[in-house]
Design a protein around this ligand. Structure first.
Ligand code: NAD
Length: 480
């Protein structure tokens, strides 16, 4: 099936006449969709449509904008099973993981649909008599949204919904590995009565379409989620002409396990955090930092946990699906070699899965390394696969030091029954999200989300009320 771009309210082909295929990562013989290999000219046309639609959309009463978002949420909910299946076939998540992600997109559109009613500014007591002093929240303008493949409907939703609620017009470029579920969101927006040009969808490479969004002077802001290397480049380009920029990027997230922890619970928290979504979450737990008193016991238990996981096609709803692509699988296997060469001990996994049921897909074993030291590359770099390293800490202070000893700072958790330790960890962890007795993955939609250090530009947060701030600017009004 060939899919088109959505520009100015119409489904159209790229001027390039070129397309690219996306294959099912669990069965690479299946082409899931064929998409437009768009060019810079396609992106520029979409930006033009968004700029033309901006004044009218900004002038549309916010509750009416919210109505469109709530209708979009309802349309997504009506198609939940179909979209879930598309997501599994395209990106490889298990059916349960995909259903959770689609459900999140439904909720995000409903949430910002409601928020639109509360978008007025604030009134303040003026110093002079009979005067009015207040603020207005105004849209930023036309924004470019650049999204990754690993949450291909939730992340577009949590950028599109607040951007549209606040009166911006947008052009989105989804990742090439998984553009279909974002396209389905656009079908729902269209059906919900979104005016032509307000939201535009253009598929294609980062170097053509993504770069055009970061560079074009008509774009007022760029909201990017993806790797730190690409995000850093996007931030530099976009800020060179004073665009507002928000980049949410990679992670190397720790879970600290202290002796007071219930060990079974700690294993579950680390295991789900590390191997859920095949380790392909920015918040995945990739480092377990374990107190020496329970280290050996923990290593045995987490290796046993990894070996107990079922791996297979997402449609069969196993514990773990495939990697999204051959190149991501190869990158994971390369990191296995690097870790071994650096002296880490492979406890379990480390290989591509073979045999009839695996031969057509990108399947890898859940992998655990022990004897890992902080200086090793496997403890420092984002693998983005189901690879967990277990590191030994001599005491709480050492554990915190190791936890913070990376360039990233997205999510961090601790498993402990000691309240004082929990509180000290909350203060000391260099991460935008800190959790106690919880896995590093999983975020609520109504609280801010974002990282510290190289995980984020750390200017604006996404989600919740904070998610509105990036897309708005404040005007202060004095009336006498
Ligand atoms: P990526 O950086 O390769 O790509 C992200 C997006 O940027 C894609 O749409 C891509 O086409 C585009 N792009 C590539 N080159 C570009 C360029 N020169 N100019 C503009 N756009 C360009 O990331 P990915 O592989 O799709 O996703 C995985 C990464 O995303 C991981 O590092 C993960 O940690 C991160 N991530 C972060 C969060 C978060 O909220 N912090 C959430 C999900 C994923």
């Amino acid at each position: 099936m060939m899919y088109e771009n959505y520009v100015g309210g119409e489904w159209i082909e790229s001027e390039s006449g070129e397309t690219f295929d996306v294959r099912n990562p669990a069965d690479t013989a299946e082409v899931v969709g064929t998409y437009q290999a768009s060019t810079r000219a396609d992106a520029e046309r979409a930006i033009g449509a968004a700029v033309d639609a901006q004044d009218e959309w900004a002038g549309t009463p916010a509750p009416e904008r919210g109505r469109v978002l709530r209708a979009t949420s309802e349309a997504l909910a009506d198609r939940e099973d179909e979209i879930t299946e598309t997501l599994v076939r395209e990106e490889g998540k298990t059916r349960s993981e995909a259903a959770g992600e689609v459900g999140r997109a439904v909720d995000v559109f409903a949430y910002y649909g409601e928020k639109a009613r509360d978008l007025g500014g604030t009134a303040k007591a003026p110093s002079g008599r009979n005067a009015t002093l207040r603020t207005r929240r105004e849209p930023l303008g036309t924004v470019g949204l650049i999204t990754p493949w690993n949450y291909p409907i939730a992340i577009p939703a949590w950028k599109l919904a607040p951007a549209l609620a606040t009166g911006n017009t947008v052009v989105i470029k989804p990742a090439t590995a998984a553009p279909n579920v974002t396209r389905q969101v656009f079908e729902c927006l269209d059906g919900a009565g979104l005016p032509d040009g307000v939201a535009n969808y253009v598929t294609g490479s980062g170097s053509e379409v993504g770069a055009a969004l970061a560079e074009d002077e008509r774009i007022d802001g760029v909201s990017f989620t993806g790797s730190t290397s690409v995000g850093t480049r996007v931030a530099r380009t976009a800020s060179s002409d004073m665009k507002r920029v928000q980049c949410e990027m990679g992670g190397k997230n720790p879970t600290v396990v202290m002796p007071s922890a219930d060990l079974d619970r700690a294993v579950e928290i680390v295991g789900v955090g590390a191997f859920g979504t095949t380790g392909q979450s920015c918040t995945a737990c990739s480092r377990a930092i374990v107190h020496e008193a329970v280290y050996d016991e923990f290593v045995d238990a987490i290796a046993e946990y990894a070996e107990s996981l079922t791996v297979g096609p997402g449609l069969e709803d196993p514990d773990m699906g495939p990697h999204v692509s051959r190149s991501e699988l190869d990158a994971t296997l390369e990191y296995v070699d690097v870790a071994r060469a650096d002296g880490a001990t492979l406890e379990t996994g480390g290989a591509e899965l073979e045999g009839d049921e695996y031969d057509d897909g990108h399947f890898v074993e859940p992998t655990v390394f022990s004897d890992v030291e902080s200086r090793m590359r496997i403890a420092q770099e984002e693998v983005f696969g189901p690879v967990l390293v277990v590191m030994k800490a001599s005491d709480f202070g050492d554990a915190v030091e190791v936890a913070n000893d990376v360039d990233y700072g997205l999510s961090a958790s601790i498993v402990t029954r000691d309240l004082s330790e929990a509180n000290r960890f909350i203060e000391a962890a260099e991460a935008g999200v800190v959790k106690v007795n919880e896995k590093t993955t999983g975020v609520e939609l109504h609280v801010p989300f974002g990282g510290y250090k190289d995980s984020s530009t750390n200017t604006y947060r996404e989600q919740g009320d904070a998610g509105l701030d990036f897309f708005t600017t404040t005007k202060t009004v004095y009336v006498d």
